[in-house]
Design a protein around this ligand. Structure first.
Ligand code: HSE
Length: 295
């Protein structure tokens, strides 16, 4: 039996659309067994228990590449990563499938090869790269290859994920993005993502409330998220470093000074005034990334 553990991820982190991401300490544990025949998938909604399952589809690509004739497959999912909430559930499924198939077929893919295949399936590298390597990472896909660099993180902040009880698919959240953006908006984001990364390198996050702003995706996607503007305005009134839409949403992540005991009750207060139910989870960066275990 093979067990793949993959962390949740947040992507974009304000201005870093499709290039900035970070692994978080919420995990999917997915076990894989070869069985006599057929496909058995447990631990997810019935709608995902079939051959279209993203984990299974990601395995098939590797089996084909390695010319491996598999027997039946049993997949058991035990995941704390909520689905379609902007916390990297699809990146976790893709990586788990590729990494498990790599072991089963003895395909001997390197991590870089796994990263490239996962990025090709996902369509962008900002979730899969930190999910595979851990930490906060800038990554770009260029000329059929993924290039990435880790950002050193200091331990001075906590991340608060505000997770609603409704979903938003990445494809829907991408469909509302404009085909073109103004030079002003591009300049706005370039400056801020550079400032944010420089401040992480300098270990001083005083500029986060300015550098976390975005003009490429959040305002378009915010319109799909019930009470998004209200939440962002109320978060803006708190003594925190800033807040951003996690990946394609609908989860929002607030960044605050480490161990500031006023933050959790203040955010809980905001959430209690909303029409939908939102869960608050205090998270931190996960530094190891996905791992393979054997049972
Ligand atoms: N960068 C991606 C997006 C992350 O914003 O669409 C979601 O998968």
């Amino acid at each position: 039996m093979i067990k793949i553990t993959v962390p949740a991820t947040t992507a974009n982190i304000g201005p870093g659309f499709d290039c900035l991401g970070m692994a978080l300490n919420l995990y999917a544990d997915i076990t894989f067994e070869e069985i006599e025949e057929g496909l058995v998938i447990e631990g997810c909604q019935p709608e995902y228990q079939n051959e279209d399952n993203l984990i299974y589809q990601s395995m098939l690509g590797i089996f084909k590449k390695a010319r491996y004739r598999h027997r039946g497959i049993k997949i058991t999912i035990n995941s704390d990563i909520p689905i379609s909430r902007g916390l990297g559930s699809s990146a976790a499924c893709i990586l788990a499938g590729i990494m498990a198939a790599n072991e089963i077929a003895d395909a001997r893919l390197t991590k870089q090869q796994i990263l490239k295949i996962a990025t090709q399936i996902e369509g962008h590298p900002d979730n899969v790269t930190p999910a595979l390597f851990g930490g906060m990472i800038v990554s770009v896909y260029d000329n059929d290859e993924v290039y990435f660099s880790k950002i050193p993180l200091n331990d001075s902040v906590d991340f608060y994920a505000l997770i609603p009880n409704f979903t938003l698919s990445t494809s829907q959240a991408r469909s509302v993005l404009p085909k073109q953006i103004s030079f002003d908006d591009a300049t706005f984001n370039v400056g801020r993502v550079a400032l944010m990364i420089a401040s992480f390198f300098n270990g001083s996050l005083d500029l986060l409330n300015v550098s976390i702003k975005d003009r490429l995706h959040q305002k378009y996607r915010g319109a799909l998220i019930h009470e998004y503007d209200t939440i962002m305005e109320k978060l803006d009134d708190l003594q925190i470093k800033g807040a951003f839409l996690s990946g394609a949403g609908p989860t929002i992540i607030a960044i605050a000074n480490k161990d500031d005991s006023t933050v959790e009750p203040a955010i809980t207060n905001i959430l209690q005034s909303l029409e939908n139910r939102w869960l608050l989870k205090k998270l931190c960066t996960e530094i190891n990334g996905a791992i393979v275990g054997r049972g």
